[in-house]
Design a binder for this molecule. Sequence first.
Ligand SMILES: NC(=O)C1=CN([C@@H]2O[C@H](COP(=O)(O)OP(=O)(O)OC[C@H]3O[C@@H](n4cnc5c(N)ncnc54)[C@H](O)[C@@H]3O)[C@@H](O)[C@H]2O)C=CC1
Ligand SMILES: NCC(=O)COP(=O)(O)O
Length: 333
Amino acid sequence: MTKAPLALTLGDPAGIGPELTVSAWEILKNTEHCFFWLGDPTLLDGVIPTQLISAPEEAAGVFATALPVLPIYCPVTIVPGQPTPSNAPAVIESIRKAVELALTGSASGVVTNPIAKHILAESGFPHPGHTEFLAQLCSVSGQEIMMLASPELRVVPVSIHVSLQNAIHSLTAERIITVTRIANKALTQDFGLKNPKLAIAGLNPHAGESGLMGHEEHSIIIPAINALKEEGIDAQGPYPPDTMFAAHARTQYDAAICMYHDQGLIPLKTLDMTQGVNITLGLPIVRTSPDHGTAFDIAQPLSAPSKKADARSLVAAIRTASKMAHNRKEKAL
Ligand SMILES: NC(=O)C1=CN([C@@H]2O[C@H](COP(=O)(O)OP(=O)(O)OC[C@H]3O[C@@H](n4cnc5c(N)ncnc54)[C@H](O)[C@@H]3O)[C@@H](O)[C@H]2O)C=CC1
Ligand SMILES: NCC(=O)COP(=O)(O)O
């Protein structure tokens, strides 16, 4: 039986999503990584061949010669680089529909183009990002975990889109244990690793320096590591955050569990902003996205003579989703 296609969302239509979508189709059209776009076909007029479809099952038959498009029309004319909350209904509907298709099995996973969180917020969208919205759509709010993976490094932040102050206040041993368990399961199930090695970061400088520079390592992080070890999970640490991402240190673990968003995302994006993939764990569906944002500063009309947006991260996101869907299907058989 052939695998269902992946659903690629619209993202913010005034960002680089449309250009990335075109590039990704051009790169992948002759591969097994079939996807369809839930977006506005008028954006792509005269740029690449497109084929309107009414159901995902029609995608595989046309993918090699045209980008399959399940149409979702934007209410307002799109000006590259000038996002507007007026197009938020189309952006949101694209995500909602993609999740619905993945939950029913018509799509093998969801790959999201970047959205601008503040533009959606202006339209009344109540979620800080895709991750939280996807969890709600899948009825698993609170279980969503963000992993960013690149060839150099995998990072899993314990908290996601919250202020640094809230991230510290909300840090608990229970949360570290939950996040690490989900990461451990995903590395085994989705990435085929046996007994993944998980490096747990400290929170404070020098991982607290024996309590001299903070107490959270002793009161929260070490108890969590001990509990994880008792469950048989290979969790080590807490490691000083300033050295654990150095080249020699990175060879010692499969993923770093980070105490807040930027502790993990700064090293990951600094090492490689072209091939990183954002993966939402803890959902019943596969979801990936590029690790970068909407890049409004380089968004341009698709008629421009040369492309500015680097599509490698989106292509990596599609390949990763395809592989994860394959691995989950194999495990289910
Ligand atoms: N998964 C998602 O939907 C994400 C969305 N965002 C959103 O994106 C918006 C803009 O965020 P920024 O912090 O400016 O980050 P950004 O990643 O959009 O841009 C940062 C810099 O990198 C460049 N850049 C990013 N992707 C590129 C690509 N594929 N090719 C060439 N250059 C690229 C941009 O031109 C810019 O100079 C925000 O509203 C944020 O919420 C940010 C990260 C992820
Ligand atoms: N920093 C990663 C990011 O903002 C992506 O968030 P999401 O939209 O995937 O939840």
